[in-house]
Design a protein around this ligand. Structure first.
Ligand SMILES: [Ca+2]
Length: 178
């Protein structure tokens, strides 16, 4: 009997600690924490121009679908991922884009990171590394929603807008900061 009581106590303590950790994640951010904005998110994602939803795209979407736009030299079809960050600090930014079953996506899709007073532009090959998180680097952001990531249809193929993840990595500058 004593052994059974002991196991019960261990399970009880483990469960209590587990619940506390989950509460901590939702009520007060603990380090590290992350914010994901998908094209289906109710807050933080906006577009301009003509974007179409596709649930196919090689089955590599984040969530249920992605948005795509026809290549357009003017790049006037724009998508924005704008997080409302809970604190100043350094965040690693990851992008996720779907597969390219029709072989018509850009190999130099513009992705722009606007952080604390800086703008960094990347040319992303959408035909590679799709269906997973790809890091653009670590950037300093201010608390609030001034910073964002955007993409547009001005590449050499169709544009994709799927998901962006911001992972808090601390308040001190890491070595590989952009
Ligand atoms: Ca998505």
């Amino acid at each position: 009997m004593r052994k059974i009581v002991g196991i019960g106590l261990v399970v009880f303590i483990f469960t209590t600690v587990g619940v506390s950790l989950v509460k901590g994640m939702t009520e007060k951010p603990v380090e590290p924490f992350e914010i994901i904005i998908d094209n289906s998110s109710k807050e933080g994602f906006t577009t301009k121009g003509q974007w179409m939803s596709d649930q196919g795209q090689g089955g590599q979407n984040y969530g249920t679908d992605s948005l795509w736009a026809y290549v357009n030299p003017k790049g006037t079809d724009i998508a924005w991922w704008r997080p409302n960050l809970p604190k100043d600090g350094y965040y690693e930014v990851f992008i996720w884009y779907c597969g390219d079953p029709n072989n018509d996506h850009a190999t130099n899709a513009p992705f722009i990171v606007v952080s604390d007073g800086k703008t960094d532009t990347f040319a992303i090959n959408l035909k590679k590394n799709y269906g997973k998180w790809n890091s653009l680097g670590i950037f300093r952001f201010r608390k609030g929603d001034k910073g964002y990531v955007s993409t547009n249809s001005g590449g050499n193929g169709n544009a994709i807008a799927d998901a962006v993840k911001f992972v808090f990595v601390g308040t001190r500058k890491p070595k590989e900061t952009k």
